[in-house]
Write a protein that binds this ligand. Structure first.
Ligand SMILES: *[C@@H]1O[C@H](CO)[C@@H](O)[C@H](O)[C@H]1NC(C)=O
Ligand SMILES: *[C@@H]1O[C@H](CO)[C@@H](O)[C@H](O)[C@H]1NC(C)=O
Ligand SMILES: *[C@@H]1O[C@H](CO)[C@@H](O)[C@H](O)[C@H]1NC(C)=O
Ligand SMILES: *[C@@H]1O[C@H](CO)[C@@H](O)[C@H](O)[C@H]1NC(C)=O
Length: 361
């Protein structure tokens, strides 16, 4: 739209906030935007912008919130973004951003980073090293390779780590246990191997930013230099869970996982786990969804699991479990046994499953 191009000019040089989400704009994001010397908030999500983010982005040195998600931007992450010292929210998700993450991409003020659903490649390297205020890091749905870097444990406020749907490998690092604020870990659909670390934490601790409620919607409230600004985050900030599904994790499920009494969802399905379902799982008092299907778990389902009053989804299908299902009392009375605790399926599928495990594990 031409009006957008024309509207940005010297006369707007004191503009602090430019919010034009889902407004049908196309073409390139005008580089004259960075002539607006005090621009703090730029939200252009849900348009049809193409080309690069902004060539002269480093001139936007007061920018605190940059949301150009859900466009058709096709470019690398500009290196100059690394020295945007005020940047707190970066949302480039749902574009065609390609190339590798800049090796020292560390605007130290970053709080929320969303780079999901792009075409990023290469390893995570040192990107975000030193972003000590980071609460959300979403790199999911890309083509990232390599391992989870050790420095991630220095991000002591990290609450939401989404690395799912990439090509990451190696072990889930023990140093994740140092992250006391971690509430939601999504590592599914990668090539992680080794054992599940016993001390994975989901404390549900309070974060530095208070989520503010507006009905069902939640927003993060930032106090910037001149104003208070609320940003509508795109994840449910109070949800807590662990999804390690669809990897090559082996060994037994550590009983310590049962101590994560805050988690609402645990998905360990589609791995190579063996041994029993720990009876400590009866302490997962908030759990609503528990998926352990498609592993090599054996023994009985611990009868104590009937204590889980919040459980709405429970699947242990395609394992080597035997014996009777837990008494159909409490929450378990509501489950459709043939669909969810499907032993019949397990036996039928045994040959197929052995092939699955042969190829998968
Ligand atoms: C930021 O980085 C860009 C490109 O890397 C550089 O041209 C610019 O001078 C840098 N700005 C500051 C303030 O360091
Ligand atoms: C997964 O990792 C193993 C080594 O641990 C490797 O042999 C295999 O090719 C990887 N698979 C994929 C899909 O990356
Ligand atoms: C668990 O993960 C698998 C694979 O990622 C997925 O297909 C399944 O729907 C998940 N289970 C639940 C209960 O969300
Ligand atoms: C559940 O937690 C309580 C208190 O933390 C502990 O005493 C008990 O042993 C746990 N139960 C199981 C089955 O681990």
């Amino acid at each position: 739209m031409d009006t957008f191009q024309m509207g940005i000019g010297a006369s707007f040089s004191m503009l602090l906030i430019l919010k034009m989400p889902r407004s049908g704009f196309s073409g390139r994001i005008p580089s004259s935007l960075c002539k607006i010397s005090f621009l703090q908030v730029l939200q252009l999500d849900g348009n049809q912008f193409t080309g690069s983010i902004l060539d002269n982005l480093y001139k936007c040195s007061y920018l605190e919130i940059l949301d150009v998600s859900d466009n058709h931007l096709s470019c690398r992450i500009p290196r100059s973004m690394g020295n945007m010292s005020s940047l707190q929210v970066l949302d480039l998700s749902r574009n065609n951003i390609f190339g590798s993450l800049p090796s020292h991409f560390n605007p130290s003020s970053l709080v929320l980073v969303y780079l999901s659903y792009n075409r990023l490649q290469g390893s995570i390297k040192n990107a975000f090293y030193g972003c000590s205020k980071l609460i959300t890091l979403d790199l999911s749905h890309n083509f990232l390779t390599g391992t989870i870097p050790e420095w991630i444990c220095s991000l002591s406020w990290l609450g939401y780590l989404f690395l799912n749907h990439n090509n990451l490998e190696g072990e889930i690092p023990k140093h994740l246990c140092n992250l006391y604020q971690l509430r939601w870990i999504e590592l599914s659909h990668n090539n992680f191997s080794g054992h599940i670390v016993p001390c994975l934490r989901c404390t549900g601790g309070s974060s530095v930013i208070d989520p503010e409620y507006e009905g069902e919607q939640q927003a993060l409230v930032f106090s910037t230099k001149w104003m208070t600004y609320s940003y509508q985050g795109n994840v449910l900030m109070l949800f807590s869970g662990i999804d390690l599904s669809h990897n090559k994790l082996s060994g037994e499920i550590p009983p310590e996982i049962g101590a994560l009494s805050m988690i609402q969802a645990l998905n360990l399905s589609h791995n190579c786990l063996i041994g029993p379902i720990p009876s400590t799982f009866s302490n997962l008092s908030e759990i609503e969804s528990l998926d352990l299907s498609c592993n090599n778990l054996d023994e009985k389902i611990p009868p104590q699991l009937t204590q889980l009053n919040s459980l709405a989804v429970f699947s242990v299908a395609h394992n080597d479990l035997f014996g009777s299902t837990p008494k159909r009392v409490a929450q378990f009375a509501t489950f459709d046994e043939s669909a969810i605790l499907s032993f019949v399926d397990c036996h039928y599928q045994r040959v197929a499953m052995q092939q699955y495990h042969h190829h998968h594990c």
